[in-house]
Design a protein around this ligand. Sequence first.
Ligand SMILES: *Cc1c(COP(=O)(O)O)cnc(C)c1O
Length: 240
Amino acid sequence: MEGDAVEAPGRREELAQALGEVRERIARACRAVGRDEDEVALLAVTKTWPASDVAILADLGLTEFAENRDQEASRKVAEFAELRPGAAAEWRMVGSLQRNKARSVLGWADRVDTVDSIRLADALAKAATKPVDVLVQVSIDGDVARGGHPIGDLPRLADHVALTSELFLRGVMTVAPLSMSPQQAFAALYEAVTRLRDDHPDATVISAGMSGDLEDAIAHGSTCVRVGTALLGSRRLASP
Ligand SMILES: *Cc1c(COP(=O)(O)O)cnc(C)c1O
């Protein structure tokens, strides 16, 4: 872990430049559709990257970070806290989550973005020792093998989460499916969320768009883009 705390030469400049480019892409995409760039949060997906990179990104002004594996994340979050005590950082779980990991994930995650079943919602509620913000992960083409709850059944899962006193439904998250264009997928999500807000007005977060498709997502109402590669580079390790 020692090595993970040490900043590699030139890394700060590299990340500063990449961050500038990503921010410019977000700003341009917002301008193109008449949105204010403050409406779109930048969530840095730091999976496979060391805590020293998170520390640099925090120095550069980022406050939202995401991880997809419980073990890696709990170590990194602790290490980051040592590197930057008191830094304003919020951590999101964006990976598929097994029910038996619910308690452990709640040890480091400030928001769980991948609630995709009633059983997982119940497991999180049971493990919670304080209120937990969650997003419901939606599968837009119904291919649930890639994660997510079928979009047609989104209201039922959202209602269940909202009735669970330990969980706060903050919005939805999706990964664009392979079976349709990102534009089609993000448009379908936006339509579903708009309807959902009749019953769940606090479900304001639409987490959609990654390095490759953030412009399409912003054009279709995304309020949170999850960016890994475009910020940090190609991942060193295979990670789902
Ligand atoms: C890794 C990951 C991302 C980031 O993807 P990039 O293409 O590297 O920007 C976004 N969302 C989820 C759920 C991820 O696992």
